[in-house]
Design a protein around this ligand. Structure first.
Ligand code: 26V
Length: 824
């Protein structure tokens, strides 16, 4: 195929020769080496420095334009930004990818080898963090004034190693040797108070004031990561705060509390931004995590207010200038912090401060899982943030006495039910309630999820304020998830529908009319095969397993959780294996199951599932009886960079959560965009993907949300399914033998036990039969390659809706009300 180059590579901001000169210059002046001595890391850093010549110029122009226009801006507060690598993305977005590739080639270097030097910025757990990364990409691309605020973790999410089939966590040190994309801004350092006590004082005017005497101060040092819009002049900033020991110290309180030596003071301060917490059930009660949350909220608010005060002498315009989006409840403490600043430091009265807060904050909910809804012990708040607890009490008192009382007069049960403070042995602050009570909008992340947010999670709040609840369906950036990760398909689309699709993803629809065209199908499937060959090579390199690119690639990549049901896929694999052992001529096409997933370090069953996948893989992959018809692969250390190889190579996208539990999913969108067919439940954004691609181009199985609820209400008994399906019984019993763990029977038994004695909370057994049945249909469809090609093309061409640019326009329209600002 005579591929047309992607548009970004055509808009040359630097010629190849200019780029070459810039790289050589930076090798010498920035990296202190030369062409002869430089290793690949130096070449990478010099290449980044060359790109940064363009990036920094635009960064300066963007902040100048925003300052001059004094425009309203969104501040996206998130404890997680899962950025991955930036080099290829930034080169595409400033339009120098082609020039850089050719310049490096002239210098005897392969652009891929050089870019492989970059460690992932893994400052997030999973979907929520990657969404934040896609959103700041889209905000810059669409020229909206925006700042992302987060934490400059020293260690991102742990690196996963697999030893003897088990997950081992290793520290991730993404910036051990420096990060060419970040700029330290010591001129914007902030001080953050912690601990201590609150004093009530009366001023000369007789008015009461509260003074928080903090027991400790730490320093927040901002690091700015430029966020480069695609073909846009805008370069926004992701500002990440690093904690340091403060220069100044409140010696009175310090002395009263006792002596701590200065070194431990320093390491305690630095501990705050040391490590990203993995999503773990044992998270609540961790003092350091609450301090992390407050630390970055306090720094960010001070930063926002400092910028506001450049042009304003009072707070009357604050909520017109600044909207603050809370990415889940993790930054909720920003609410009492803004109240505290306005009342205690700026002298506003409660009602005025509250009016400002109510117009400034908006909240995105990302999960309905009860154990994931944040609550903090009151005693912890009292210790770490005593003034904030007072403010939360007052917000709660007014809410209950005014609003709940007005709606449900005399109903104390309702007050208890809706109180921001949960009563009990340990009194807890319900962070999500604080968000909903304060924020002018609360949104879910897919249509179905947003309905459940209203109906199941916050029904009474919805009754109180129906207008506050909105939906914004998630999206993904087509620049990273098609243009950069699948150059071959990107080029094919350039030829078919033109080169505007990275901005207007709906234009891919133009390719759907070729879905029946034999030549188009052939090209499309050839690209899929090429990506499968690339992945197969990677699998062999990382896992030592040989897989055939002609087999159907079934891919299940996401964090490990019972509700995501990786073990349902495992039971199906066992069933296939069993069928093949019983009948070597069992009619199925060759299949590869590919998993990638990290388990929270403290989540025992999740780690057992990883172990079981690896043990089953060992057995299946080395069993000559099944003639390579079935292969199982667990790819270690799943992260953005690996995802970029997996999404383009998938034939079948497994999205098999229990209906009602996956808020949206975003991997489902990336797969469909790259021409995989979804095998999924009616959950999260799968529902909307089905609407877009059509029922005949997606494989839906299992109970829907209403059926799940009904079965649970009726009293679900997993034993019925165990005894009702001999194949299911056989594969579950298999887990208790030593078939997969020779000499160690019972090593995989915890999975069976959780599904039977444990009650099978996510209805794995109830959906098993429907899953295996539908999988047979998938296998049959795959073996009709013409039909499959048509379906895959329609999928890829039909998911324009899931462009994160569309999500951002929805946020702007429904929540943020921003205007674009074009830098010069
Ligand atoms: C947190 C926790 C903490 C306690 C243990 C269990 C658990 C499980 C999950 C979580 C994460 C909740 C927030 C989150 O990452 N949600 C994801 O957000 C994505 C972006 O909106 C969405 O696509 C995913 O469906 C949703 O799970």
């Amino acid at each position: 195929m005579a591929a047309k180059k992607a548009k970004a590579t055509n808009t040359v901001a630097l010629s190849k020769d200019q780029f070459k000169d810039a790289i050589v210059k930076h090798l010498r002046s920035t990296c202190g080496t030369d062409e002869a001595r430089a290793n690949n890391q130096a070449w990478w850093k010099a290449t980044c420095a060359a790109v940064n010549e363009l990036v920094f110029e635009r960064l300066t122009e963007t902040s100048k334009a925003n300052a001059e226009k004094d425009s309203r801006a969104v501040h996206y507060l998130s404890l997680e930004f899962l950025m991955g690598r930036l080099t290829v993305n930034n080169m595409h977005n400033v339009g120098v990818f082609g020039a850089a590739r050719d310049a490096l080639a002239d210098l005897g270097k392969d652009v891929n080898d050089i870019c492989d030097e970059e460690p992932d910025m893994a400052l997030g757990n999973g979907g929520l963090g990657r969404l934040a990364a896609c959103f700041i990409d889209s905000l810059a691309t669409l020229n909206y004034p925006a700042v992302g605020y987060g934490i400059h973790y020293e260690h991102g999410l742990f690196r996963q190693e697999i030893q003897g089939g088990r997950q081992i966590e290793r520290p991730d040190s993404w910036r051990e040797y420096g990060n060419p994309w970040e700029i330290c801004r010591p001129e914007s350092i902030q001080e953050v108070p912690l601990y201590g006590y609150v004093e009530t004082v009366f001023g000369e005017d007789g008015k009461m004031r509260k003074v928080w005497h903090a027991g400790r101060q730490i320093k927040g040092v901002p690091w700015d990561i430029p966020v480069v819009g695609y073909e846009a002049k805008t370069v926004n900033v992701l500002r990440l705060w690093e904690s340091k020991a403060a220069d100044f110290f409140d010696w009175d309180v310090f002395n009263a509390g006792g002596y701590i030596d200065s070194q431990s003071e320093k390491s305690q301060a630095e501990a705050v931004s040391k490590v990203l917490y993995p999503n773990d059930e044992s998270e609540a009660g961790k003092e350091l995590r609450l301090i992390q949350q407050y630390f970055f909220c306090a720094c960010s608010l001070k930063d926002i207010i400092r910028r506001y005060k450049r042009n304003h002498s009072d707070f009357s315009q604050f909520s017109k200038q600044a909207v603050i989006q809370l990415n889940d409840t993790h930054p909720t403490v920003a609410i009492p912090e803004l109240m505290r600043i306005l009342i205690d430091e700026e002298g506003l009265v409660w009602d005025d401060a509250w009016a400002i807060c109510k117009e400034t904050f908006a909240y995105t909910n990302h999960t309905l899982l009860p154990e994931a809804l944040e609550k903090w012990a009151v005693y912890l708040f009292e210790k770490v943030l005593p003034r904030h607890l007072e403010i939360i009490y007052e917000i709660n008192r007014r809410f209950l006495e005014d609003e709940v009382e007005a709606k449900w007069p005399g109903n104390d049960e309702m007050k208890r039910h809706l109180s921001i403070i949960e009563e009990g042995e340990t009194r807890m602050v319900r962070m999500a309630f604080l968000c909903v009570v304060t924020c002018f909008k609360t949104n879910g992340v897919a249509a179905m999820h947003s309905e459940l947010v209203k109906e199941d999670l916050f029904p009474e709040f919805y009754e109180l304020w129906p207008e506050r609840f909105v939906n914004v369906t998630n999206g993904v950036t087509p620049r990273r998830w098609l243009l950069a990760c699948n150059e071959q398909l990107a080029n094919m689309y350039n030829e078919t529908v033109g080169t505007d699709w990275p901005l207007k993803l709906d234009e891919l629809k133009g390719a759907a009319k070729f879905a029946d065209d034999a030549k188009f199908q052939k090209n499309f499937m050839a690209i899929k095969r090429e990506k499968k060959v690339e992945l197969a090579d990677k699998i062999e390199e990382l896992c030592g397993i040989k897989v055939s690119p002609d087999a159907m690639f079934n891919v299940l990549i996401k964090r490990l959780h019972e509700y995501k049901r990786q073990h349902l896929a495992l039971l199906h694999i066992l069933a296939l294996y069993r069928r093949l052992l019983e009948n070597p001529d069992y009619d199925m096409g060759p299949q590869v199951f590919i998993f990638g997933s990290k388990a929270a370090p403290g989540y025992k069953l999740a780690k057992d599932i990883i172990y079981a996948i690896n043990k089953v893989a060992d057995k299946v992959n080395n069993d000559p009886r099944i003639k390579d018809k079935l292969k199982v692969v667990f790819m270690p250390n799943y992260r953005v960079t690996l995802a970029e190889k997996l999404f383009p190579a998938g034939d079948v996208s497994l999205q098999i959560s229990t209906a009602g539990y996956e808020a949206s999913g975003t991997g489902n969108m990336k797969f469909a965009l790259n021409g995989a067919l979804t095998l999924g439940t009616m959950d999260g954004a799968n529902v909307e993907i089905r609407e877009e691609v059509g029922d005949e181009n997606i494989f839906i199985f299992g109970m829907d949300c209403d059926e799940v609820k009904a079965l649970k209400a009726a009293g679900y008994n997993p034993w019925d399914y165990y005894y009702g399906n001999p194949e299911l019984k056989a594969v579950l019993d298999w887990l208790e033998t030593d078939f997969f763990t020779p000499g160690a029977p019972g090593e995989l038994a915890s999975i069976k036990h959780s599904l039977l004695e444990g009650g099978d909370p996510y209805l794995v057994l109830a959906d098993f039969e429907s899953f295996t049945t539908q999988y047979t249909a998938v296998d049959v469809a795959y073996r009709d390659q013409k039909k499959w090609a048509k379906m895959a093309i329609i999928n890829s061409a039909s998911v324009g809706k899931f462009n994160s640019d569309r999500s951002i326009e929805d946020y702007v329209d429904r929540i943020w009300k921003l205007e674009k600002v074009m830098p010069n």
